[in-house]
Write a protein that binds this ligand. Structure first.
Ligand SMILES: Cc1cc2nc3c(=O)[nH]c(=O)nc-3n(C[C@H](O)[C@H](O)[C@H](O)COP(=O)(O)O)c2cc1C
Length: 193
């Protein structure tokens, strides 16, 4: 069956971006039949009071204005639902994820669509998907206690049901960029297709 990749980039830099270079390498390595592109350097809107009210109105009771308010969020959820693999270029900004990525999360974490409340607590609804994070940082070590980016991304992807999350890290680039980049590029070639 044809594999579909959702390729997301969260770096604000369109040139000279390590995470864009790595995410592109991952996508090429996986060689999927179909690629859906979502570049967060073209920023998504933040959620608003109207958006929240529309989201918490049952789908069959939303008026046309509320349906319209949710249409971009519906489209982003649909991109996720169609994807077998989600590849995310994710720089560390101020010890966490870029605000552009958080805006995407706020638009795709939708009760009834990507997670559901149950007696045992919330349950992710996006089953059977894989995510690959292509991360870069200047000085923060990925996996360290001040890396709130990969820990957060892993947690929130798990929350919507994506538990298979791999991290390709070009971290601490300020120290030895050549070595960290070449290690990350090698890790891409070792990813299971
Ligand atoms: C706004 C901003 C905040 C940053 N904050 C951090 C940080 O907290 N820790 C860190 O190690 N690097 C930080 N960096 C460095 C980036 O993570 C690093 O330059 C990375 O390569 C950016 O990804 P990109 O090359 O794909 O643009 C920051 C960079 C920017 C632009």
């Amino acid at each position: 069956m044809t594999q579909t990749i959702l390729h997301i980039d969260a770096s604000a830099r369109r040139t000279g971006s390590a995470t864009r270079d790595l995410s592109e390498r991952v996508v090429r390595h996986l060689n999927a039949g179909r690629i859906i592109r979502r570049d967060l350097a073209s920023p998504l809107p933040l959620i608003t009071e109207d958006w929240i009210a529309a989201n918490f109105t049952p789908a069959d009771q939303r008026d046309v204005v509320q349906q319209d308010v949710l249409s971009l969020s519906d489209e982003l959820v649909s991109e996720l639902q169609k994807a077998d693999t989600i590849v995310i270029g994710l720089p560390i900004y101020n010890f966490s994820v870029p605000a552009a990525f958080k805006a995407w999360i706020d638009l795709v974490a939708r009760a009834g669509l990507t997670f559901a409340y149950s007696e045992e607590g919330p349950k992710g609804l996006l089953d059977g998907k894989r995510a690959i994070l292509a991360v870069a940082s200047g000085g923060t070590a990925v996996g360290s206690e001040i890396d709130f980016a990969t820990t957060y991304a892993r947690h929130v992807l798990g929350f919507i049901g994506i538990h298979d999350v791999e991290v390709i890290a070009a971290d601490r680039m300020a120290l030895d960029p050549e070595t960290t980049l070449s290690n990350a590029q090698k890790a891409v070639t070792e990813l299971a297709a």
